[in-house]
Structures are given as structure tokens and as C-alpha cells.
Design a protein around this ligand. Structure first.
Ligand SMILES: Nc1ncnc2c1ncn2[C@@H]1O[C@H](COP(=O)(O)OP(=O)(O)OP(=O)(O)O)[C@@H](O)[C@H]1O
Length: 619
């Protein structure tokens, strides 16, 4: 069996996937959206053709004017698609050419509009949404171990920003590279058809640009990796501030927190400054190299025109236009190289999540157990958290269906951990948890958890109505069911006094409840499931003795016929259970009924006596 602490940390410590592997996986991702990509490329192809046509027409216009204005100038060469107008008057020829340029520019505008819309839809409405859903869905399958091993900031950053970086590979790299390639082939072929020698001379700096780009890419990668980690830190600070705002304000630590946040923020700023510095240097360098091409064109091309070896309009001017377009495409290399590195950093982190195996695995052939009777056995169970040492040691325990067991133990003795193993939030490191005689690992996870009602020490409420919060595990429950569960948990009375009763919105931006009220909602949530097994992790911790009594009375009926394990410290709860086990440092040190344990020397009697003497002092 896999030890719990071996698996759910994303594989940053294992061998990292190579750039080739990451690029291959991102290409596969692009393949999923191939028809959307083909559409974009087709649009780019049309844009390229219309751009060349516009240039060709402009050059022709100049040659027509020159032929009729400059004596001895060579006659213009009409391409086949405008030869129809060759016989018209010079003014008519120029007018037709100008009108055609306008029409082509209009078509280009429309094509550009459709391209922007299509690219936006493909990237933001499909790729990002799909990828984010895949990462989020995967996180649902990962066990608690994953969340223990990864900081909140890193998890949030992976779902938001890193996913964006991966999609940037599709629109910022893959599509752009193909566009670049199509454009280069298109422009270079056309330039060669005008003058091969001039083309070779003008493109002499291109290999150098590729080399500079490759060096830039290589140098920026570590900076982008580091950037992701620093941004994780900023998000973590923010998340902790939101979660811990009460503590921060309670201890008057706002200033220090602001400083901590500023420090993290400044680190990102400084580090990003370094990246900007590299990008800023690279962009103009490439731009400068493309301008060298223009100088060569003017010198060599100008000479060819004076020698009548090249037409001025359809030769030199068209060439200059093509070179300009070519240069802007090559300059786009800066963005592509930048996007490649950002995407690789993001992809590594996104694929780490998608590839992380869940340490709590669903069995390939789960045993069908639609109705659990509620027998729980722990056979020589030991457990260690992924990030820590052993917290439960060699536990042996049998709980019969319908039995009520209380767990007593000092803080940190392993009570909550024991409950987590029964609900299969974690699997034991060694030993077996059996439900109705079956190894819990062989049962369907969902089926098992649906039959276990859990009340945690701290209750999380969703930003939704009171009714929806109670019906969280059973969204199809009727309002009557919800009210009945609330009555059992002694919550009905306070709920009907809320501003909108069961429809009052809770959670962030909504109505807040007291600790005791939240706990009662959690009990109602568990009771509504009508579970065979109830796990109550110290539900009375935040409730005053009077309310505790109310809840205990109300729950007696609900507990009837269910196996209940309750972490408890109050004597009243301990007494009401069939048996009590006492945990000390992860080991069961005592077990028995309240009466038998009270007679024994030990932990239980000490705790019970302390409570009794406290109570007598109060009376
Ligand atoms: N997610 C976790 N990752 C690593 N260690 C953990 C985790 N949760 C708990 N522990 C450690 O496991 C030990 C047992 O914790 P557990 O919460 O089970 O104790 P407990 O008896 O329920 O304590 P309390 O009465 O304070 O709730 C403690 O030492 C605790 O620090």
C-alpha cells in the first residue's frame, strides 16, 4: 500500500518534465481545438493575400503614373486580374486601382474583425474555461493530502493565472508561429518573384534574429519560473489576510500584515522588472536588425531601379512594403519567445496538478454497498500525515452497528485524524479500516461518504441560503426534510427568526451566524443525509451547556439505530454513549463505559473528576 505521505505533493521534487514533453502536451491540447485553429489560420491566409494584393495595386498605380509622367520610363506590368483595365485612359486606370485598394482594405477590415472575434471566442470562451474546469475537477478528486501539501496561494494561482499561461501557448505561440511561417513563405516567395538577389540581400540578417531569439528564450525561462512562485506568495498573503482578518485586527497587526504583503509584492515587482528589462532590450534589438534590411533595400534596390533592372512602383515600392510586413512579423518573434517561456512555466504547474495521483484512490471495481449497516473496525491502524510524523499508532477497535462511541483525549492526541480515516479523507499508512466487514478502500468513495454524516469542529457555510446549506449533501431534499433536520438539530427556532428565515443568504457578503448556530446548521446538514454512520467532531465545543443539552436531547432520536462516533469532553455526552475510548498521543490507552472507566485510575477519571469539581464549585 502507498504510504499517505508519498503521493500528493505535485511533482516539483521529482524529475521535472522536459520542455519538449511540455510542448508536446500543449500541442496535444491545441489539437483538441484544431478546427478553431484552422479557422483562424484560414482567416490569416486571406489577410495575407489581401495585403499582398493591396501592395501590388499601389505599386501598379505608381508605375502607371510614372510611365505617363516621366518620358522613357518603363511601361507598367499589369497582373492578370487587372489586365481588363489596361486599355483605359491613364486617369481611369488610376481611379480603378484606387477603388480596388479601398475595396481590399474594407475586406481586410472585415476579416480582421472576424479574426479578433474568433480568436477571442476560441481562447477565452473555450480553452481557458475547459482547462480551468479540468484543473478544478481534478482538485475535487484529490484527497486532503494534496491540500495539506500545497499552499493556498499556489493552488489559486494554478487555477487562475497558470491556466491563462497555458492557453497563451495556443494563441500566443502555436497560432502565431504558423501565421509567421505562412507569412514568411508568402512574403519571401513574392519578394523572390520580384528579384531573387534583392530578396537574399534583404533577408541576410534573419538567421541572426533567430539566434538572438533562441538565446533570449533560454535566458528568460528561470525568471518566469521564479515569477510564478513569487506570485503564489502574494496570493497566499492575500488569502491569509481574508481568512485571518479577525485575528489580525484582534491583535492589531494590520501594519505588519501590510508590510508583509508589500514585501511580497515588491519582490514580484523587482523580479518582474528584471523580466521587463530583458524583454525591453530584446524587442528593440530585433526591431533594429529589421531596419538594417531596409537600408540594404534602399542601397541595392535603388541602384537596380536606376539601372532599369527593377520597376519603381511594382518593384522597389512593393518590395519595401513587403519587407515592412515581413519585419513586423519577424518582430513578433519577441512576443512569441516571451509567450513560450510563460507558457512553459504555467504548463509545468498546471500539468503537475492534472498528473498528481490521488492518494485516496477509487477502487477499479468497488463493492456495491447501497445500504451500510454501520459496523466499523480498525485493524492495527497507524497513520501519518503527508507533511508530518505518525499521529495514530496500532489502533484496534470494533464498533457494532448502532453503537455510540465517544472519544476523549488531549488536544493533538489524534481524535480528528481517527474520524478522517473512517470517512476516507486519508487512507491509513498501515492497517485497515473496515466498514461492514469490507476494506474501506474497496468501497465506492461517493457511496461510502453519502452514508456518513460528518460534523467538523469548524463549520464551513457556503454563500447560499440557510436551506441550501442544510441540504448541501442532498440538494433534492424537500423543504419539509430541511425543516425536520433543523428541528432535530435544535436550529429551527433561530432560523425562523433570521431576516428571511430559511431563505436568508449566509456566508461571504451575507448574514453571519454565531459559532453555536453554525454548529447546529452543520448537525442539521449531517442529519438530513439520514446516514448509517454519524461522525461528530466535538460538536459542543462552541455551544453553551444549556444549548448542548438541547442538542443532545434532540439528537438522541436521530442517533437511534446509527453508529455514532463523537469526540467529546463534556461528561454529559460521555455518559450518554455506550462506550468511551481514550486516546493519548495516537494510542488507545483506555476503553470501557463511563461507569467502568470512572472506577479505573487514569486519564478518564482525572478528566471526569476535574469536570465534576468544577461543576460543584459553580453551584
Ligand atoms: N493536515 C495535517 N497535516 C499534518 N499534521 C496534522 C494535520 N492535521 C493534524 N495534524 C497533526 O496530527 C496530530 C493529531 O491531530 P488531530 O487534529 O487529529 O488531534 P485532535 O486530538 O483532534 O486535536 P484537537 O482536540 O485539538 O482537535 C497533531 O499533532 C496535529 O498537529
Amino acid at each position: 500500500m502507498t504510504p499517505a505521505n508519498s503521493s500528493e505533493k505535485p511533482s516539483t521534487t521529482n524529475t521535472e518534465p522536459s520542455n519538449f514533453v511540455l510542448i508536446g502536451r500543449m500541442m496535444m491540447l491545441g489539437w483538441k481545438y484544431r478546427w478553431g485553429c484552422v479557422r483562424l489560420l484560414a482567416l490569416q491566409g486571406l489577410l495575407l493575400l489581401t495585403a499582398i494584393a493591396c501592395l501590388r495595386l499601389t505599386g501598379l498605380g505608381i508605375d502607371v503614373v510614372r510611365f505617363h509622367a516621366v518620358p522613357g520610363a518603363p511601361p507598367p506590368s499589369f497582373p492578370w486580374w487587372v489586365q481588363l483595365f489596361q486599355t483605359k485612359s491613364p486617369m481611369a486606370q488610376v481611379a480603378v486601382i484606387a477603388a480596388m485598394v479601398l475595396v481590399f482594405e474594407l475586406v481586410r477590415g472585415a476579416l480582421n474583425y472576424i479574426y479578433t472575434l474568433s480568436a477571442g471566442y476560441l481562447v477565452h470562451a473555450r480553452i481557458v474555461v475547459d482547462l480551468r474546469s479540468a484543473v478544478y475537477e481534478k482538485m475535487q478528486q484529490l484527497s486532503f493530502g494534496f491540500f495539506d501539501s500545497n499552499a493556498t496561494g499556489s493552488i489559486i494561482n494554478r487555477v487562475t493565472s497558470d491556466v491563462q499561461s497555458v492557453r497563451a501557448f495556443v494563441d500566443g505561440v502555436l497560432i502565431q508561429l504558423v501565421i509567421l511561417l505562412i507569412s514568411l513563405v508568402g512574403y519571401v516567395s513574392y519578394m523572390s518573384s520580384i528579384h531573387v538577389g534583392l530578396t537574399v540581400a534583404c533577408l541576410a540578417t534573419t538567421p541572426l534574429m533567430w539566434v538572438v531569439t533562441a538565446i533570449f528564450s533560454y535566458l528568460t525561462r528561470p525568471a518566469y519560473d521564479r515569477n510564478r512562485v513569487l506570485v503564489d506568495e502574494v496570493i497566499l498573503n492575500l488569502a491569509e489576510y481574508v481568512q485571518g482578518v479577525q485575528v489580525i485586527k484582534g491583535f492589531g497587526r494590520e501594519r505588519e500584515e501590510v508590510k508583509r504583503f508589500e514585501h511580497a509584492n515588491r519582490e514580484v515587482q523587482q523580479q518582474q522588472h528584471g523580466i521587463f528589462w530583458m524583454v525591453s532590450l530584446f524587442g528593440p534589438s530585433i526591431g533594429y536588425m529589421t531596419q538594417i534590411n531596409l537600408v540594404i533595400l534602399l542601397a541595392y534596390g535603388g541602384w537596380l531601379v536606376t539601372q532599369n533592372q527593377l520597376a519603381l512602383g511594382s518593384g522597389l515600392v512593393v518590395f519595401a512594403g513587403l519587407l515592412q510586413q515581413f519585419s513586423s512579423q519577424v518582430a513578433n518573434l519577441t512576443n512569441i519567445a516571451n509567450s513560450v517561456q510563460q507558457s512553459l512555466s504555467g504548463a509545468r504547474r498546471v500539468f503537475e496538478v492534472l498528473d498528481t495521483p490521488s492518494s485516496v484512490r477509487e477502487s477499479d471495481h468497488p463493492i456495491d454497498l447501497p445500504q451500510v449497516r454501520g459496523k466499523i473496525e480498525l485493524a492495527n491502524v497507524s497513520f501519518a500525515y503527508p507533511t508530518g510524523g505518525t499521529v495514530l499508532r496500532n489502533l484496534d477497535l470494533v464498533i457494532e452497528p448502532g453503537e455510540r462511541i465517544a472519544i476523549l483525549g488531549a488536544t493533538g492526541s489524534g481524535k480528528s485524524s481517527l474520524l478522517s480515516l473512517i470517512a476516507r479523507f486519508y487512507d491509513p499508512t498501515t492497517g485497515t479500516v473496515l466498514i461492514d466487514g469490507h476494506d474501506a478502500r474497496n468501497l465506492g468513495l461517493k457511496q461510502l461518504r453519502r452514508q456518513i454524516g460528518i460534523v467538523f469542529q469548524e463549520t464551513f457555510l457556503f454563500s447560499n441560503t440557510v436551506a441550501a446549506n442544510i441540504a448541501y449533501g442532498h440538494p433534492d431534499a424537500t423543504m419539509d426534510d430541511v425543516i425536520r433536520a433543523a428541528q432535530v438539530a435544535a436550529a429551527h427556532e433561530f432560523i425562523v427568526n433570521l431576516p428571511n428565515g430559511y431563505q436568508t443568504i449566509l456566508g461571504e457578503g451575507g448574514f453571519d451566524l454565531s459559532g453555536g448556530q453554525r454548529q447546529r446548521l452543520a448537525i442539521a446538514r449531517a442529519v438530513l443525509l439520514d446516514p448509517a454512520i454519524l461522525l461528530l467532531d466535538d460538536p459542543a465545543a462552541a455551544i453553551d451547556p444549556h444549548t448542548e443539552h438541547e442538542i443532545l436531547d434532540a439528537m438522541q432520536q436521530a442517533m437511534e439505530g446509527r453508529t455514532t462516533i463523537v469526540v467529546a469532553h463534556r461528561l454529559s455526552t460521555l455518559r450518554s454513549c455506550d462506550a468511551v475510548i481514550v486516546l493519548d498521543d495516537g494510542e488507545i490507552v483506555q476503553r470501557g463505559t463511563h461507569d467502568s472507566l470512572f472506577l479505573e485510575e487514569g486519564h478518564y477519571r482525572d478528566a471526569a473528576t476535574a469536570q465534576l469539581s468544577q461543576a460543584s464549585l459553580l453551584h
